[in-house]
Design a binder for this molecule. Structure first.
Ligand SMILES: *[C@@H]1O[C@H](CO)[C@@H](O)[C@H](O)[C@H]1NC(C)=O
Ligand SMILES: *[C@@H]1O[C@H](CO)[C@@H](O)[C@H](O)[C@H]1NC(C)=O
Ligand SMILES: *[C@@H]1O[C@H](CO)[C@@H](O)[C@H](O)[C@H]1NC(C)=O
Ligand SMILES: *[C@@H]1O[C@H](CO)[C@@H](O)[C@H](O)[C@H]1NC(C)=O
Ligand SMILES: *[C@@H]1O[C@H](CO)[C@@H](O)[C@H](O)[C@H]1NC(C)=O
Ligand SMILES: *[C@@H]1O[C@H](CO)[C@@H](O)[C@H](O)[C@H]1NC(C)=O
Length: 354
């Protein structure tokens, strides 16, 4: 009995602390960092004193709603109760007659050391998977939502690492592009229609110069439950480059020809590719991709600064070609293939693919 009493007393004496930190992500969006303990975050309906003065004693009548439901607290100030990951929401304040005066979305950011909840790792190492098909300054990053927590992008920060804090990012609402600029960089990013990735462009990037600083990208994602998490990666474009698929055509039964992927940087003499050619003896009808699913009879490497013709082995049924950067040790492109002795239907199919 005494123990229960002590526990209740201890509970009543819990003092509410301020959250560890809070910052404005975008106008009217406040991020509050919590560590699991009880805390309170003050909000103001009207911040400007002169504005408050103007409405005068009406401010007594201000009332608040959380996600549309009226709350008991009254007045210009409001205390958000934070406990664990609860407390996030859309807080609106209204004048006595019910009209909307202002609103603040409170997003909860849990202690970084806790397990991540919103995205799951794409591969063993990373939450964000980034790649580019050339050196033009474009790149894409994609991610996988946690199956039970599909959310949306709340903020994007892209920069060359040297301008860590001076960078300014905002959402251009007309074009739906996130733009980040500083003295040294100018990025724009767009969320893909799928909601599972972004496409970005470093407008200051010079394809002909060596990158002196890596790109640093941070994506803030939020859930319907007002939880927010940020995910970052940094890389040089040369580390994430993966050429697009090679365009390959059959000239006749003994010669094939391919050209550089249209997405690759030009001039090709400055950005040469190395090609790998695999010739398959069998057709492999049942596999999705003959190039990865069957064993090549012969494999060769070719360097070529443009369109390339290649005499094929007389027994080859399928020829596969892929490319990688000849100077940096980039990833290989996906394979392209052409059937040499296939039916007419097959040939048409291959042409379409190439
Ligand atoms: C409305 O609330 C935001 C915070 O969400 C604050 O920055 C802004 O100053 C408020 N507007 C007025 C008129 O006080
Ligand atoms: C607000 O002030 C006006 C005059 O300044 C007064 O007539 C009115 O009763 C006040 N209202 C409230 C709710 O205090
Ligand atoms: C929050 O409330 C404001 C005012 O009603 C509204 O404009 C805004 O879209 C709401 N935000 C969300 C995420 O529902
Ligand atoms: C940016 O980062 C560099 C290196 O980490 C550091 O020396 C510099 O002080 C930082 N600049 C700002 C403005 O934080
Ligand atoms: C960034 O690039 C855009 C478009 O190229 C341009 O309009 C804008 O002025 C640039 N901003 C800065 C700060 O360089
Ligand atoms: C196939 O095309 C090449 C290049 O155009 C040509 O040299 C060769 O004679 C042709 N072979 C056959 C069998 O038509």
């Amino acid at each position: 009995m005494l123990f229960v009493f002590a526990v209740i007393c201890a509970f009543l004496h819990v003092s509410y602390q301020s959250p560890r930190s809070h910052w404005t992500l975008l106008p009217n969006i406040l991020v509050v960092e919590v560590d699991g303990t009880l805390s309170q975050q003050p909000l103001s309906c009207i911040e400007l004193p002169e504005e408050l003065m103007r409405i005068g004693n009406q401010s007594q009548g201000i009332f608040w709603k959380k996600n549309g439901k009226e709350e008991a607290q009254r007045g210009n100030s409001y205390l958000v109760q934070l406990e664990e990951s609860l407390g996030g929401g859309n807080y609106t304040c209204h004048s006595k007659d019910g009209s909307l005066l202002n609103h603040t979305e409170v997003l909860i950011s849990e202690d970084e050391t806790k397990r991540r909840k919103i995205l799951v790792k794409n591969d063993q190492e990373h939450y964000l998977k980034c790649s580019t098909q050339n050196y033009n300054g474009e790149f894409q990053c994609s991610w996988t939502w946690h199956p039970s927590r599909v959310g949306k992008v709340a903020f994007i920060k892209a920069r060359r690492v040297s301008d860590n804090n001076s960078v300014q990012c905002s959402l251009d609402s007309s074009s739906q592009q996130w733009v980040c600029f500083s003295d040294h960089s100018n990025f724009s990013c767009m969320v893909d229609d799928s909601g599972r990735g972004i496409s970005c462009l470093d407008k200051q990037h010079c394809p002909y110069a060596e990158e002196s600083q890596p790109i640093h990208i941070t994506v803030y994602v939020r859930t319907k439950q007002f939880l927010v998490e940020d995910y970052s990666r940094h890389f040089y474009l040369s580390e994430i480059v993966k050429p697009g698929k090679v365009r390959i055509v059959k000239i006749n039964s003994s010669v094939i020809e391919w050209s550089y992927p249209s997405s690759w940087s030009s001039p090709y003499s400055y950005f040469p590719l190395t090609f790998q050619i695999a010739q398959l003896r069998g057709e492999c009808r049942r596999c999705n991709n003959p190039c990865t699913d069957s064993k090549a009879a012969t494999t060769e490497m070719v360097h070529s600064p443009g369109i390339c013709q290649f005499p094929v082995w007389h027994k080859a049924k399928v020829v596969c070609v892929r490319a990688k950067d000849a100077i940096c040790d980039s990833q290989w492109s996906e394979w392209s293939h052409v059937s040499l002795r296939g039916s007419k239907k097959n040939r048409r199919h291959n042409k379409e693919e190439a």
